[in-house]
Design a protein around this ligand. Structure first.
Ligand code: FRU
Length: 459
């Protein structure tokens, strides 16, 4: 880190998502996803499934291990009330040969949050994950240093958010960025198995200057989470993006700088970045954030990048209720584009809105993940609360338990196809629930046209 953090901050470009940009957020034909209905089958009926990410190679392409692709998801037992799932989140992996049918391989770490809460803890030390539960992350299959074409030589790095601390009895919301590395992947005709032991390490904690610590937070929901591995194709630089908040110690003094009223500055979301000068996926140094939404929004969730036609598309998820007062946004995928990793980023479609739910089903999907597919971008997410008929998320918590369960999807949502043109995007169509094709695979024509057109029928 720079000796003088304040001057480091001034030297760098920190792009901003301003209030005036966000004030232009409106649903449009280009940004609207179709209504989602429950799938014929959940990816795994025994568990709620939400935030999901793909196992990727160092260059960001989707990893294929002997013909299998792998996803990781936050999960919790299906009989648990959906609103409680974050408290016991456990990372499970699923594998597939065709990107449509996924088989659950089980919890990825030896000791899951569920086992721990059931009191079956047998291990100690750093072979068990940090945190009382594990939140979102990313997964790297690193063949660097291995023998080319020999899958056995790849090394797994499973980045996650350590939420709370291992042995806490009352849940806390401390968040640190962690990794589990060293597991093995084995395959045969029947499937794929990931096994430990993993070596767990805390990689990064907030420094209090660039990145707010929990005790500095005045905001509604504190964040320092969702590590996402990224190698810059232009420079080869190895990076980790994450969701954070920017400290604003004196809102009265800083309101001009952010062009916002002092009380808006309690909403101070940012997209953080750390670099690994040696390329070692476990050695990170914090830098200034690449994007701030100070005065605009509190949670810039699961930030990640897609490089398309030499441009850097930065995507993140955010909620209706995390916009600062005076702004109206949606539960949606937001995006920004720049010519290089550190920006300057401009909001896509002027306001930043890329993909949202229909007004009649505003919470039907959340936690989007974009990846390139030839000229398009595909966007996966999870099926969240539906059939709410005007109820807010707060209202849901007051419904009888079985009604809360009935209205929660807890599985993968239909994948959405996006077309990208410079600073503009538009929804092109949808694929099936949980269909995650590789770029070399064709998209099904049945679902290729959105709202009619030549491609064959409506969704
Ligand atoms: C987004 C999110 C992530 C976090 C996870 C916790 O859906 O808030 O930022 O890691 O959910 O369940």
């Amino acid at each position: 880190m720079h000796d003088d953090p304040q001057s480091a901050r001034e030297e760098r470009t920190i792009s901003r998502w301003t209030r005036s940009q966000a004030a232009a957020i409106r649903r449009s034909e280009e940004t609207l996803a179709p209504v989602v209905y429950p799938p014929a089958e959940d990816i795994d009926p025994d568990v709620h499934v939400w935030d999901t990410w793909l196992l990727r190679n160092r260059d960001g392409t989707i990893a294929e291990i002997d013909g299998y692709r792998v996803i990781f998801s936050l999960t919790a037992p299906a009989d648990l009330l959906p609103g409680k799932r974050h408290d016991v989140a456990t990372i499970r992996y699923f594998y597939s040969r065709d990107g449509r049918e996924w088989t659950c391989g089980g919890p990825v770490f030896e000791e899951s949050a569920e086992q721990r809460s059931a009191g079956s803890r047998t291990e100690s030390g750093d072979s068990v994950p940090f945190g009382s539960r594990q939140w979102a992350g990313s997964a790297l299959y690193d063949r660097r240093g291995g023998v080319a074409d020999d899958d056995e030589d790849g090394q797994l790095y499973l980045y996650y958010t350590a939420s709370g601390t291992r042995d806490e009895t009352d849940l806390t919301y401390t968040q640190r960025l962690a990794v589990g590395s060293g597991g093995t992947i084995e395959t045969d005709d029947d499937g794929l198995e990931i096994s430990g032991p993993f070596d767990h390490e805390i990689l990064l904690e907030p420094d209090g200057t660039e990145y707010e610590r929990e005790e500095q937070s005045r905001g509604m929901i504190y964040t320092f989470r969702d590590p996402w591995f990224f190698e810059d194709p232009q420079t080869g630089e190895t990076c980790l993006l994450f969701e954070a908040n920017t400290p604003v110690p004196d809102p009265e003094l800083e309101s001009d700088r952010y062009d916002a009223d002092p009380e808006h500055l309690d909403f101070n979301g940012s997209v953080g970045i750390a670099v690994s000068p040696s390329g070692d996926p476990t050695e990170w140094e914090l830098e200034s954030p690449i994007l701030e939404g100070v005065g605009t929004n509190q949670e810039l969730e699961r930030p990640h990048l897609v490089v398309q036609n030499g441009r850097y598309y930065l995507f993140l998820s955010s909620h209706e209720h995390t916009f600062a007062e005076g702004l109206e946004g949606y539960d949606a995928l937001y995006g920004f584009v720049a010519d290089s990793l550190r920006g300057e980023y401009v909001p896509l479609n002027e306001s930043g809105l890329v993909l949202t739910n229909p007004e009649s089903a505003p919470f039907q999907t959340y936690s989007w993940l974009a990846y390139p597919h030839r000229e398009e971008i595909l966007v996966s997410s999870f099926f969240n609360y539906y059939d709410l008929r005007g109820l807010s998320l707060d209202d849901v918590a007051h419904l009888p338990d079985d009604e809360q369960q009935r209205r929660f999807g807890g599985t993968l949502a239909p994948t959405v196809r996006l077309g990208v043109d410079g600073t503009e995007t538009r929804v092109l169509g949808v694929l099936d629930h949980g269909h995650l094709p590789l770029p070399r695979e064709n998209l099904p024509t049945l679902f290729s046209s959105y709202r009619g057109g030549d491609g064959g029928g409506e969704y």
